[in-house]
Design a protein around this ligand. Structure first.
Ligand code: ADP
Length: 465
């Protein structure tokens, strides 16, 4: 691998570019620079920060074509997906700017208790210092925006370590943010491997908060490695989607296909397990197969492509093995079920997966959706919850009681009624329970986590003479 990262297009194999392979020394230097940046950012006014953030949104829109083509070449996502991702990243910066127009604050009526007679107080939010951000390759730009925008809005500096597969979009993002007036020492991007640059960032004592998005395998070990710092983790998922007899099946089928095969299923909130009532399972499968078999799979840069590539040959090998193992356990392939090229696996619908055991509870992270059936509603909820993950979960129903029960009983950070599990608004709190993570992203909530609350108490004026 040498002293640089080689970025390859997973579709064509061509070299897209190179990025530095930073090691502990470079990470230490970046954090030292970010220390000055933190002091500078802390001194900025909210107005200064709003200008940077709206400027960032403008830069992203101006460079939309360049960014989306780069993202498609780096990550193998379709061009329609990456154009939407650039728009989304721009809107994350806009949302962060909007949060600064009237930031929340509390006035404390301290005289409501006897010990506070004649006192008053208020709460204010202060920056934490340096935020360490680590991002994955599947949504490289919007997830970088989800770290950077709230960090700057809260008055911190940030050191970002993008995934080794997709470092180029983060380097370009940094250039655009500097154009928008973000100080050079306010945002640093260190590229490199997870176990080298990433690990050095996690362990560094001058990082005040670590905000990580990535796999459960890596994420669960980070709090111990990070030591005494705040840690937020956005890890994997295994999203269930319950379909009850009262659901509109056509709309449900469209949502399942959209949610299972976006980004070739490589989203932590992809629809992975459809849990359908036995009376509608057959009809639903027919509709899903019809929609799924029309998907155009192939060259991600083409405007007509619906499903692009997996990130690597290894990822494709893993999906191939998962489907083979599920078939050995009795699963039937309704659509797809085969590899098309080195990094392309066809959108795949499996049914009769009941004997899949642990395979059903793990994250597939590929274009595979598994259908299970239930008879009693309790059973549907139990199946949905039978996983170590708890990120997004959905129910399709027109029955009020079922919707209310699902909202209460599904173990998930977000429960969605009559939409795909992939629904995410960047203004809502987003994050998981169980092994899907800790902490919440979503601009306002991340600004909160990236700030510390300070309480100020005023006694009555006492003159000096
Ligand atoms: P994925 O399986 O989706 O690639 P990873 O969790 O391996 O997910 O990677 C997500 C991000 O975490 C990447 O930026 C990667 O470089 C980083 N990473 C991987 N291992 C470590 C580690 N030990 N310490 C810190 N960061 C890491």
């Amino acid at each position: 691998m040498g002293d640089k990262l080689t970025v390859r297009n997973p579709y064509s194999g061509e070299v897209v570019g190179f990025a530095p392979r930073n090691m502990v020394r470079e990470v230490d230097e970046a954090i030292e620079t970010a220390r000055e940046g933190a002091a500078g950012m802390r001194a900025t006014t909210l107005h200064d920060r709003r200008r940077m953030l709206t400027g960032a949104a403008g830069q992203l829109q101006e460079h939309r074509d360049e960014l989306s083509v780069l993202l498609t070449r780096e990550a193998g996502k379709t061009i329609r997906e990456t154009r939407a991702e650039v728009d989304r990243a721009a809107s994350i910066f806009d949302l962060a700017a909007a949060e600064l127009v009237a930031p929340p604050g509390d006035v404390l009526a301290l005289d409501a208790l006897p010990n506070g007679a004649a006192m008053t107080g208020y709460c204010m939010r202060e920056p934490r210092g340096i935020i360490g951000g680590i991002t994955p390759w599947n949504v490289p730009l919007a997830l970088a925006a989800h770290k950077i925008a709230p960090a700057l809005a809260a008055g911190n500096s940030i050191v970002l370590k993008p995934a080794e597969q997709t470092p180029l979009s983060s380097l370009l993002l940094r250039d655009l943010l500097l154009n928008a007036g973000v100080p050079e020492n306010g945002l640093l991007v260190i590229t490199g491997l997870g176990e080298e640059a990433g690990d050095a960032l996690v362990r560094h004592p001058n990082i005040a908060m670590l905000s990580f998005t990535g796999s459960r395998e890596v994420g669960v070990r980070l709090p111990a490695a990070a030591g005494f710092k705040k840690v937020s983790l956005e890890l994997g998922g295994n999203s269930p989607l319950v379909v009850t007899p009262s659901a509109n099946l056509e709309a449900t089928a469209n949502a399942i296909v959209r949610g299972a095969f976006a980004v070739a299923g490589q989203l932590c909130i992809s629809v992975q397990r459809v849990i359908a009532h036995r009376t509608i399972l057959g009809d639903l499968l027919t509709m899903v197969s019809e929609v799924a078999s029309k998907l155009v799979v192939g060259d991600p840069v083409s405007d007509t492509t619906d499903v692009g590539t997996l990130i690597s040959r290894e990822a494709c090998d893993r999906i191939e093995k998962l489907v083979a193992d599920l078939k050995s356990a009795g699963a039937q392939v309704v659509v797809g079920g085969k590899r098309e090229a080195e990094c392309i696996y066809l959108p795949t619908v499996l049914t009769s997966v009941e004997h899949g055991g642990r395979m059903l509870q793990q994250e597939a992270f590929g274009p595979v959706v598994m259908f299970l059936q239930y008879t009693q509603f309790d059973e549907a909820i139990a199946i949905a919850n039978s996983t170590d993950y708890g990120l997004n979960a959905a129910i399709w129903t027109n029955n009020y009681e079922e919707a209310m029960r699902a909202a209460r009983e599904l173990q998930a950070g977000t429960v969605i009624v009559n939409e795909s599990t992939t629904f995410r608004s960047d203004l809502m709190p987003y994050g998981g329970i169980k092994q899907s993570g800790m902490g919440r992203e979503g601009v306002r909530f991340a600004i909160d986590e990236m700030s510390v609350m300070k309480t100020v108490c005023f006694g009555r004026p006492i003159s000096s003479n």
